[in-house]
Write a protein that binds this ligand. Structure first.
Ligand SMILES: [Zn+2]
Length: 94
């Protein structure tokens, strides 16, 4: 068997490069809000009422300034608020 002629074999990515996300959640059931750090954008369970598989409505990867992230979070927060108000609105005829 011939040896590879040159260079590293490759194929290995440095593990420390993975992004650390801060995921922000709001429970659609009891409206409890919390955030949690993960190395992925994952669903979480509500620590208050135990509702499962709640998707993060906002995830930040720690890039940008604190102020930028805060502004993005506020916007995502307002959008979610609107969405949930629409969902909570009584639907006639159902
Ligand atoms: Zn809840």
């Amino acid at each position: 068997m011939a040896q590879p002629s040159s260079g590293p074999t490759g194929g290995q990515e440095p593990a420390e490069e993975s992004t650390w996300w801060t995921n922000h959640y709001r429970c659609p059931c009891c409206r409890h809000q919390w955030d949690d750090g993960w190395d992925a954008q994952v669903d979480d369970d509500c620590p208050e009422c135990g509702m499962r598989s709640i998707s993060a409505y906002f995830s930040d990867d720690g890039s940008g300034t604190e102020e930028e992230r805060l502004r993005q979070l506020e916007r995502a927060d307002a959008e979610l608020e609107q969405e949930q108000q629409l969902e909570a609105a009584p639907r006639p005829g159902v």
